[in-house]
Ligand binder design. Sequence first.
Ligand SMILES: O=C(CO)COP(=O)(O)O
Length: 127
Amino acid sequence: MTPASRLALIAHDEKKDDLVAFAADHVEFLKTCHIVATGTTGQRILAACPGLNLTPLKSGPLGGDQQIGALISEGKIDQLIFFVDPLTPMPHDVDVKALMRLAIVYDIPMALNRATAEIMLENQENG
Ligand SMILES: O=C(CO)COP(=O)(O)O
């Protein structure tokens, strides 16, 4: 049996509805995962998909992105789905950049939009 995937889920405010819809569409796969999420994203997903094994961390602007980056550096995250809003300035932009950098350094799959996330999960749902 393959071990459950350890998945990190994050969405900026303008993309939260999209990520919640994505999670609802893939809820059967997500039920097989250990999930961490930034605070508000996690609460939104849990409200829409109760019963997931999902731990909300701090909100992004309060350190949630850095918490997920730290988990990546410890080898505790297998893949990252982060629906980024490229049109809104963020006070914690440096944290977002640092998180993406660590996902690249540790070479974990990282989907930054829904089109890529669909391909990422499709591979696993059909495999
Ligand atoms: O800001 C975020 C990611 O950079 C997301 O944080 P929240 O899920 O707490 O809104």
